[in-house]
Design a protein around this ligand. Sequence first.
Ligand SMILES: *[C@@H]1O[C@H](CO)[C@@H](O)[C@H](O)[C@H]1NC(C)=O
Length: 453
Amino acid sequence: MARLLTALGVLLTLHMVSSNMLVCHVTNWAQYRPSSAKFTTDNIDPFLCTHVIYSLATINSFNQISAVEWNDEQQYGRLQSLKNVNPALKTLLSVGGTNNGISPFIAMVTKPESRAVFIKSAISFLRTNNFDGLNLAWEYPGHNGSPQEDKERFTQLVMELAKAFEADAKDNRKTKLMLSANVAALRPTIDGAYEVSKIVPHLDFINVMTYDYHGHWEAATGHNSPLFISSVDSGSHIHHNINSSVSHWLLLGAPAEKLLLGFPTFGRTYHLSTAATSLGAPADGPAAAGPYTRTPGFWAFYEICNFISGATVEWISEQEVPYAVSGSSWLGYDDLRSFSSKVQWMTAYNLGGAHVWTLDMDDFGGSFCSEGAYPLVNHLRISMGFPPKPTTTPAPTTTRDPVANFCRGLPNGLYENSADKTTYFQCFQGNTYLHHCQSGLIYWDSCKCCNWP
Ligand SMILES: *[C@@H]1O[C@H](CO)[C@@H](O)[C@H](O)[C@H]1NC(C)=O
């Protein structure tokens, strides 16, 4: 009996091997992108990330956390149901953004009473919707119309949230809610926004937004998310890179194991204003908007794939990231190689892991890049040393693999794989997940478990 491993046991063991975090953001506005770029929580691969952060909730005029989209609550439910497939998956709700250009935190944090209302509403909202934690997305305390005092008010909010989460766990005998924050990458912003040594003890993990370093708001081309300084950088631009940002966070006392490095699944574009095409070439705005993201200045990876197939691609060796040029369009982006470089750097600094902005901008369906579903995030996962996923998630439009299609029309549950008894299928919402029994064991449908032959 001791040797008997339930299917669930196998599942859990698989996912407790790695302590690294792979946190993935999804956005509730990605559902409005056209055709195969439309993304809902149903497009999430339950085995890809350790944590999924749902963006974005807001704070209403009564200082309570509140949903934004008409179907947020329905999407929360679909998100949480992924835990039926992968019980190790954790979910967080991100709160922030802006209302009419103003962060909803600014009014709420001013008084202890309004903070208390927010905190109470957040706990109740998270518990009702089965989230495992809260993510603070305030860009940024003390900036963008926010008074200087907000630096201290943010600290108070973080401390009060952490205390309330502890009390909630104790009183209700539940697992404590996690608390995380998305934080700035540029030094002047960091210094103006955070009392780092006071907030870090209360945050479970910290998403450093190591992207948007350069973009079409500048008059010369620069990379969205470079690992290191480049020889064309001068003045404050010498700090517009990952190595500089993370070094600063560490210097200010953030523990490496709580810092997560941001991996963008998007690139930033420029319109070149002369014949020069190199890094630092003159530019006068963004390239054309992508057909799916429809916002001038950035392209999702699935739009990038298409662009680079007809472009000249160069590797910036000083910064370990690629750029691509076609006509007067210039693009700084990330690919498998730059993700590998960043993982290597992140590992050398013993960081807690990675956070991906966002799942919905990777080629999540595999229909654009012909590299399978989630080429960037899958590569990131593998580079970080996670065990193979128990899945054969198909690229539905391109593959007609009988294994991948096994679950079509079948109810949720576990099924025997008659072609290979050392594996079994899990069906969930019509998708097929192929699991492997531990070495030496085969799947028995009688117990829906792996056991000795
Ligand atoms: C990375 O940052 C550290 C600390 O600021 C610095 O000493 C080092 O030279 C940087 N490395 C590169 C390659 O820029």
